[in-house]
Write a protein that binds this ligand. Sequence first.
Ligand code: HEC
Length: 153
Amino acid sequence: MSFYPRLPLVALALVFLHAAYAQPPILQGTKSGEQVYKTVCVACHDSGVAHAPKFGDRAAWAPLIAEGQHVLTGHAWVGVRAMPARGGSAELTLADFARAVAYMARGSGGNWKDPDSTLLLQIVKEADKRLVTSIKEQQAMQRELHNLTKTAK
Ligand code: HEC
């Protein structure tokens, strides 16, 4: 049997191999933590504007690192006070953002690795919890406003 009749089989095997080794969607992203830091986060975390923990400031980062990687990354992703959600960059993926947090932690006394898909899933859960809390807070504010307009009538 010549090689050629087997080509469809070879193609099929390649499709399966690709599916097995392709990055799961949660790991998608193309930038290293250092690249993201130097293009996005540096704007505030280099100078420490509005109390942003400065890159390399071990004292500022120690309590943050102690929170745990999934907790800190999840909270920072949805935004914390003057820290904008996604670091203010709408096109940043969660994986790229999480690598930037790990890079900042490594440069500030921590030993965090770039997160794998298991850790990223934990980060997603933590960010989701935070969002639910802030949505409830906003709904309470909305109810307060609606009550104001009712009593104004
Ligand atoms: C516009 C300014 C700004 C940019 C840009 C910015 N940050 Fe921040 N970030 C802050 C400030 C301010 C805080 C401190 C918030 C506080 O604790 O009140 C902060 C806090 C954090 C924290 C600690 C969060 C916590 O729970 O205390 C992390 C982690 C963080 N930033 C990561 C990043 C990463 C990663 C990027 C880039 C993708 C980024 N930041 C971009 C301003 C910024």
